[in-house]
Design a protein around this ligand. Structure first.
Ligand code: NAP
Length: 238
């Protein structure tokens, strides 16, 4: 389906980005996965397979990102999936520094990746952002995540108009079991997963591959544009 096509996954060494890279590779694309360290990026690419290349490119650093995209050269599809999540917690506990860190770790790196990467996208191509359900639904304790992901979701439409014929879309995941949550103590993580599974209509938390498949759809369907695809098991409905 995606033979002869090349995709760059910024933040492709873990979780959702890795699942997206794996799905795109299975569909025939050549993929470049990035993270912050060279060794990990290369090891992950080797595990994905022959059509994957890994390279370090810290998306907070525009100079490094520029050098990375220049090395990759022309490609077809940009997926931005890097981890954020600094601005978590009740609004009363979110001081300015925490909120700024939330934007520094996700919003600005995403903008860097789009701004620099778009210059290398050939043909019609596409850009797919991984945003987050907190930007789509009011959940207590997520005002920081809502601000960051909501800001990204708000620019999907204008970018789809300005960057045409490149398509611009987002996947908005619900709770997905990825290494991102390894920073929580195991008991607390398990309890969070159980609470989420009990409240979501599909009765489970998401797997990285759920989002990988959603990314593959947005990349390969040439008539979907300016869309935010909720992939949250119906969490936004309850
Ligand atoms: N998991 C969830 O429940 C969930 C829900 C909603 C939204 N999301 C969003 O989905 C995205 C991916 O999350 P995830 O759960 O897959 O997290 P993850 O497993 O922790 O993966 C994060 C990825 O981002 C990369 N990364 C982090 N900072 C980077 C930087 N400055 N430059 C380049 N790459 C960087 C990491 O690479 P290295 O470690 O190799 O540097 C890794 O590949 C995030 O934006 C998150 O907000 C996740």
């Amino acid at each position: 389906m995606l033979e002869e096509q090349k995709a760059v996954i910024v933040g492709g060494t873990s979780g959702i980005g890795l699942a997206a890279a794996t799905e795109l590779c299975r569909a025939g694309a050549k993929v470049w996965v990035t993270g912050r360290t060279q060794d990990k990026a290369m090891a992950v690419a080797a595990a994905i397979g022959d059509r994957a290349t890994g390279d370090a490119a810290d998306a907070r650093d525009a100079v490094k990102l520029q050098a990375f995209f220049a090395k990759v050269g022309e490609f077809d599809h940009l997926i931005v999936a890097l981890g954020g999540g600094s601005a978590i917690g009740a609004f009363k506990d979110l001081d300015e520094a925490k909120m700024r860190a939330g934007f520094d770790n996700k919003f600005w790196p995403y903008l860097n990746a789009i701004r620099i990467g778009v210059g290398y996208i050939r043909g019609p191509g596409s850009i797919t952002l991984i945003t987050g359900a907190a930007g789509r639904r009011a959940i207590k304790g997520t005002s920081g995540l809502a601000a960051v992901n909501g800001a990204l979701q708000a620019i999907i439409g204008p970018l789809a108009l300005e960057l045409a014929p490149i398509r611009v879309n987002a996947v908005s995941p619900g709770l997905i079991a990825t290494p991102y949550w390894d920073r929580m103590p195991e008991d607390a993580r398990r309890a969070m997963y159980e609470r989420s599974a009990a409240s979501v209509p599909v009765g489970r938390v998401g797997a990285p591959n759920d989002i990988g498949q959603a990314v593959l759809f947005l990349v390969s369907n040439g008539f979907t544009n300016g869309a935010i695809l909720d992939c949250d098991g119906g969490a936004r409905l309850v």
